[in-house]
Design a protein around this ligand. Structure first.
Ligand code: UD1
Ligand code: CA
Length: 442
């Protein structure tokens, strides 16, 4: 295969999003769409990508700074005036002096395209001067239509706004993904004009130009049109997110996870879940979270960037905030929040706890209403709890504090001092009963 580089178009303002944020920084399943695009491109084995930025370019550059996408090198070029997709690609020519390989062009606003699909597209493009990815849509409004000759070969692409009625009836659309011989691409770009409905330099016009010069153009149609969904509005963003979550649920079910209500389950693509785990309704699992085997998660659980080991029973109504690790066979029940903490194996947090910045050992029993007081208004402090500790109901643990192995905390204590191993700590006022109080107050 010839050497291959990528160009990613991302200079448009995304007017239809009505946002202060550049469109491609809008997250889809908790990750900015440009990152998902770069990720998919890098996984095809491409080693170099030039991203064309314009509106919000500085925000985009600083957002991507320091992030890596495999070993792919990322460069930026500014398109100061957005004069069209063809004009955008023209700005990249200086990066490709002397480059004779292929250029994959894709858009920053099509985050559902899978790396396998891009990879296959690039492979299938090897023997043509240029290729375009197409798909059939029931509602093709807004997309460029693929016009074919009588013999079925590619003729041209007509933008929706330039199309006549019979062209608008065509269901096959341009997905906005192309693979060009780099020299032929830049030669053809010099020949396109902006004589069209939008007064823009259209990239797809290069295909008709190359065709008229006798070059081979292939249309590569993909079957799952969902992948080509372009995000131009918040509605399309929501549609795309829904599709991504559906894909994830199917992938999980195929790999041996029970998802009892896919419609109310929102699991990010990066999340890993082991076999024979059951996900109950209303579960959201975000980011780089990992769930083990044989767990029951739900109902109504929110997990962010956390690790849950095997055999954990969790729910209903639990919130794991980032940096949490729940070790095997732990039970966590109603209305519990855990943040940036480790809960050792077989510990129990059955109801109404806040555990933050805590290192908890194994087999700890945490009574109802226990709170770690980890913040003094300025700084956060850690709480350390050993193995086999018993924490009575309604305990406050004022950090920094350490409860050593086997200690008992009597209910209702406000623990401000360390508790040595196997001690009982009572930290509450003694109860006083006043005799005949009811008569005396009359
Ligand atoms: C484009 C295609 C259309 C195709 C559709 C697929 C053209 C002329 N039309 O239309 O045939 O069906 O994508 O989704 O190419 N951009 C720039 N600079 C510009 C203009 C656009 O970088 O001057 C970027 C945008 O940020 C975006 C991408 O190019 O990421 C596509 O632009 P957009 O305006 O969304 O094109 P569509 O109207 O969707
Ligand atoms: Ca678009």
């Amino acid at each position: 295969m010839s050497e291959i580089a990528a160009v990613i178009l991302a200079a448009g303002k995304g007017t239809r999003m009505k946002s202060k944020l550049p469109k491609i920084l809008h997250p889809i399943c908790h990750r900015p769409m440009i990152e998902r695009v770069l990720d998919a491109v890098s996984k095809t084995g491409i080693s170099r990508a030039v991203v064309v930025v314009g509106f919000g370019g500085d925000k985009i550059k600083s957002h991507l700074e320091g992030k890596s996408f495999g070993s792919m090198k990322i460069e930026f070029v500014d398109q100061t005036e957005q004069l069209g997709t063809g004009h955008a690609v023209m700005q990249t020519e200086k990066f490709f002096n002397g480059f004779t390989g292929k250029i994959l062009v894709t858009c920053g606003d099509t985050p559902l395209l899978k790396s396998e699909t891009l990879k296959k597209f690039v492979e299938d493009s090897q023997n043509s001067s240029a290729s375009v990815m197409t798909t059939d849509l029931d509602d093709a409004t807004g997309y460029g239509r693929v016009i074919r000759d009588q013999d079925g070969s590619f003729a041209k692409i007509v933008e929706h706004k330039d199309a006549n009625e019979s062209e608008r009836a065509i269901r096959e659309i341009n997905a906005g993904v192309y693979c060009f011989d780099s020299r032929k691409l830049f030669d053809a770009l010099k020949k396109i004009t902006n004589q069209n409905a939008q007064g823009e330099y259209y990239l797809p016009d290069t295909l008709a130009i190359l065709k008229s010069e006798g070059e081979s153009i292939s249309c590569i149609k993909i079957s799952d049109s969902n992948e080509t969904l372009g995000i131009n509005s918040r509605k399309q963003l929501a549609d795309a997110e829904k599709i991504m979550y559906q894909w994830k649920n199917l992938e999980l079910m195929d790999s041996g996870v029970t998802v009892s209500d896919p419609d109310s389950t929102f699991i990010d693509p990066e999340v890993e879940i082991g076999i024979d785990t059951t996900i109950l309704p209303g579960t959201i699992i975000e980011g780089n979270s990992k769930i083990g085997e044989d767990c029951v998660i739900g109902a109504y659980i929110y997990i962010q960037d956390s690790i849950v080991e095997n055999g954990v029973k969790m729910g209903p109504f639990v919130h794991l905030r980032p940096g949490t690790r729940i070790e095997s066979e732990v039970k966590i029940g109603n209305f519990v929040e855990v943040k940036n903490s480790t809960i050792g194996k077989e510990s129990k947090l059955p109801h109404l706890q806040y555990i933050g910045d805590t290192d908890m050992g194994s087999r700890v029993n945490v009574g109802c209403g226990t709170v770690t007081c980890n913040y003094d208004g300025k700084k956060k402090y850690r709480t350390k709890i050993g193995d086999d500790v018993f924490i009575g109901c309604n305990s406050n643990l004022v950090a920094p504090v350490e409860i050593e192995n086997g200690a008992y905390l009597a209910a209702g204590g406000t623990i401000t001092k360390n508790v040595p191993a196997d001690n009982l700590a009572i930290a509450r006022a003694r109860q006083v009963n006043f005799e005949n109080w009811n008569d005396r107050r009359k």
